[in-house]
Ligand binder design. Structure first.
Ligand code: NAD
Ligand code: DAU
Length: 337
């Protein structure tokens, strides 16, 4: 049986990954390490907290002795590393924690993993490490790294550390670089859930700049299946781009959301642009498709519809975040321990 350490498994993509693994891969034990920062939410793990193949531990990936103890106590053999500060706007107003978590935290995990018989370390990275595109072309795995925000610079630094530990210590690793994800459990500071949350309350929808910045959207479940294939089937040392070939201007995404929600376009409010805002991302995922036989399971239209339906059916989840109640969930669950 695989004994997998998942970091950041109470966040958006990490929790979707934990659900997928426990449902679809019964031969895998998951140790879920998450600090429960503002972005971590145990409600994302409803239904699997008591699963016999899942152990949740609250803790900091930067704490090396603690991480080493977890590796040994749970006989960890592989790692999928999601834990990060992930929001570009926050990295512009407060970059320090991005270096602490995304760089120093990744270093601690690499130190623990490389000192043991770890069979694979999967670094979940981002297309943002490649910088910004003009009107033409797509990012491939050989596109030079040119990160533009403190967030993407911290992720690129972590990617370099992963490669260096592979080269110097022989740690078997892969790096995945995915485009923008959307789906259930995404914190409502990111474009799609923020707009759904505002629209349901008839609040203004803040569109940065001219709204013509382009992102390449992928349904979160499809990112998770790609990561699983990389973990189980990829050759060590390879980088894999993951994306859905779904390029959309932000304003078109916002209009689609309003249309599905039956809300008026008059809610759209153009606001001051994000400093250093990357104009366009587009992923060439051909290598991942060819080498690993991966492909997305849904179109953007289907995925967006499922996502909107999920947020509307789970408004209590959004309400707990808006009220801050989600952060007391851990204390109430563990009050007797
Ligand atoms: P998220 O912000 O929703 O979740 C991050 C999780 O990490 C949270 O649960 C948080 O509590 C945890 N965490 C933060 N600091 C920690 C620490 N020091 N120790 C332990 N846990 C800590 O992020 P997300 O959107 O799910 O992204 C997950 C990963 O995927 C990130 O590495 C991100 O760079 C990458 N990624 C995200 C996207 C996207 O569109 N969201 C796309 C490509 C790659
Ligand atoms: O490309 C992958 C990256 O996608 C991940 O690595 C990041 O973790 C993830 O946060 C995301 O980064 P973006 O900056 O692209 O995502 P965000 O949802 O913040 O913004 C998407 C686009 O929408 C971007 O062009 C900025 C714009 N935007 C965003 C917000 C929050 C708005 O116009 N208004 C908003 O209020």
């Amino acid at each position: 049986m695989r004994r997998l350490l998942v970091t950041g498994g109470a966040g958006f993509i990490g929790s979707n990954f934990v659900h997928m693994v426990l449902e679809e891969h019964p031969d895998c034990f998951v140790l879920n390490l998450d600090q429960l920062t503002y972005a971590g939410n145990l409600e994302n793990l409803d239904g699997v907290m008591a699963h016999p193949k899942h152990v949740f531990v609250r803790g900091d990936i930067c704490d090396l002795p603690f991480v080493e103890k977890l590796f040994d106590e749970h006989a960890i053999d592989s790692v999928v590393h999601f834990a990060a500060e992930s929001h570009v706007d926050r990295s512009i107003t407060g970059p320090k924690v991005f270096i602490d978590t995304n760089v120093a935290g990744t270093l601690a995990l690499l130190q623990a993993a490389s000192a043991r018989d770890t069979t694979r370390f999967v670094q979940v990275s981002t297309d943002e490490v490649y910088g910004s595109l003009g009107d033409e072309g797509r990012f491939t795995e050989t596109t030079p790294l040119a990160p533009n925000s403190p967030y993407s610079a911290s992720k690129a630094s972590a990617d370099h550390l992963v490669r260096a530990f592979g080269h110097t210590w022989g740690l078997p690793y892969n790096i995945t670089r995915c485009s923008n994800n959307y789906g259930p459990y995404q914190f409502p500071e990111k474009l799609i859930p923020l707009m759904i949350n505002n629209a349901r309350q008839d609040k203004a929808l803040p569109v940065y700049g001219d709204g013509l910045h382009v992102r390449d959207w992928l349904f979160v479940y499809d990112h998770c299946t790609a990561i699983w294939k990389v973990l189980t089937d990829a050759k060590s040392g390879e980088v894999y781009n993951v994306g859905g070939c779904n390029e959309m201007a932000n304003i078109d995404v916002v209009k689609m959301l309003l249309h599905h929600l039956g809300k008026p376009e008059s809610l759209i409010n153009y606001v001051k642009d994000r400093p250093g805002h990357d104009r366009r991302y587009a992923i060439d995922a051909g290598k991942t498709m060819r080498d690993l036989g991966w492909k997305p399971s849904v179109t953007f239209e289907e995925g967006l519809k499922q996502t909107i339906d999920w947020y509307i059916a789970n408004q209590a989840w959004l309400d707990h975040i808006v009220s801050g109640d989600y952060q007391s969930y851990y204390d109430s669950m563990y009050a007797d321990r």
